[in-house]
Design a protein around this ligand. Structure first.
Ligand code: BTN
Length: 265
């Protein structure tokens, strides 16, 4: 199904059509999220995927750089969901659920999700999601869900401070993974979850997500724009916020931040 594509910001080709999503293939891109937004401005197409072998300016949450060497799986899903802006976070939840479910199904390893956007194997981060949205007239006119999976990457590619907390599929499995098969299955699972979301089944999806989380009841530290909060993770509320019992005895709802489990007991 390979077909050369000459317009739309020069992808080398359209790799395939997965569940109605055209996948545009790039050898390199600054960031697939940025290319996705650029193309979305130039075309009315409402569902497509940007894949790139490498990213020179891959972006993570909270303004961080996302290391994106060859061998990783870096792609962005573009959709025009016309949903309430407060529901955008739900796209991140279903994307991480799709990745966790796919990795488990394809490679028979236990996967976990970690609030708000990570997928872990052996308690180490193997995937992060960066969802970005444009809002027009109180409705999400564009959502770009960037998925970064450390697939066939050497751990030496990560800076020293990440080598303890990050991993790759190749490192955990001891063999190369087929990135295209992985992406195809993630997309299919994501679309199935998305269609459930649109049918009003968010509670069911959130429960499934919670069933893959292992930080509840654990001592945690959250670093966010408002500083550091420590306590015990209790739950996730219906809006996707983390509920914790802080060490000062109060219950807090945290909307965003970085979660670290400080004690697994
Ligand atoms: C995070 O955990 O901080 C989110 C990382 C998201 C990385 C992906 S890779 C594909 C897409 N393009 C980007 O620039 N970022 C996302």
């Amino acid at each position: 199904m390979k077909e050369i594509q000459k317009s739309l910001g020069k992808p080398s080709e359209i790799l395939s059509n997965i569940s109605g999503y055209k996948v545009y293939y790039y050898r390199t891109a600054p960031s697939t999220n940025d290319i996705a937004k650029k193309i979305a401005r130039q075309t009315p197409e409402d569902r497509f995927v940007i894949f790139s072998e490498t990213q020179s300016c891959g972006r993570g949450r909270r303004g961080r750089h996302w290391i994106s060497p060859k061998g990783g799986l870096w792609f962005s899903i573009v959709m025009r969901p016309h949903m309430d802006p407060k529901d955008v976070l739900k796209l991140t939840f279903i994307a991480s659920l799709a990745v966790a479910k796919t990795i488990k199904a394809l490679f028979s390893v236990t996967t976990e999700v970690k609030w708000p956007n990570d997928v872990l194997v052996n308690h180490k981060k193997v995937c992060g999601i960066l969802t970005e949205a444009s809002v027009r007239k109180d409705s999400v006119s564009l959502a770009v869900i960037g998925v970064g999976v450390n697939a066939n990457i050497d751990l030496q590619a990560f800076p020293t401070h990440l080598q303890e907390s990050a991993t790759s599929l190749r490192h955990e499995l001891g063999c190369e993974v087929d990135r295209m098969a992985l992406m195809e299955r993630i997309l299919q699972d994501f679309l199935r979850y998305y269609s459930k979301l649109r049918k009003g089944l968010w509670k069911q999806l959130l429960n499934e997500w919670k069933g893959k989380a292992s930080f509840f009841g654990k001592d945690i530290k959250i670093t966010g724009s408002g500083g550091i909060v420590e306590g015990k993770a209790l739950d996730i509320n219906e809006d996707g916020a983390l509920i914790i019992e802080a060490n000062d005895g109060t219950t807090k709802e945290i909307v965003t931040g970085d979660l670290v489990v400080t004690s697994r007991s």
